[in-house]
Design a protein around this ligand. Structure first.
Ligand code: ATP
Ligand code: MG
Length: 137
């Protein structure tokens, strides 16, 4: 799998960081196959975050991701591009993310950590299918 799904979350769009974040991915050498600015409905958000159902933060997570426009992007590169993007994102909690990573450099709040990236080849395939079904066969 050499494609992965990236979402610049509502905080990233609101803060005007779409260019900064996507620019980092471009400068790394990754390419964009599809991109769309859209506001997610709760069904799409629930499908995307299905693995988190039942967690104490789940409702906040869905409320936040549907709270404003997000930039949804299919990113392509070498095999396991999902892993390249995850490394560039940094850990989930931005307070612990290494400097040089997107979250480490640009965020401080767990719930507002700017970017989503698929966490496996399997997730990448599933998530691209949710947002850009025409790209998966
Ligand atoms: P993402 O899926 O958004 O790329 P991630 O894979 O680093 O982030 P996940 O474990 O999949 O992290 O959690 C999804 C999102 O849910 C996180 O980005 C974070 O905003 C939120 N989240 C996860 N764990 C917690 C928690 N313990 N408290 C509050 N929010 C959380
Ligand atoms: Mg995740």
């Amino acid at each position: 799998m050499n494609q992965t799904l990236v979402i610049i979350k509502p905080d990233g769009v609101e803060r005007g960081l779409v260019g900064e974040i996507l620019g980092r991915l471009e400068r790394k050498g990754l390419r964009f196959v599809a991109a769309e600015l859209r506001t997610l409905d709760s069904d799409t958000a629930a499908q995307h975050y299905a693995e988190h159902v039942g967690r104490e933060y789940y409702e906040n997570l869905v409320r936040f991701i549907t709270s404003g426009p997000v930039m949804v992007v299919v990113v392509e590169g070498p095999p396991d591009t999902w892993q390249v993007v995850r490394t560039m994102m940094g850990t989930t909690n931005p307070l612990e993310s290494a400097p040089g990573t997107i979250r480490g450099d640009l965020a401080t709040v767990m719930a507002h950590n700017l970017i989503h990236g698929s966490d496996s080849a399997e997730s990448a395939r599933r998530e691209i299918g949710i947002f850009f079904p025409q790209l998966v066969s």
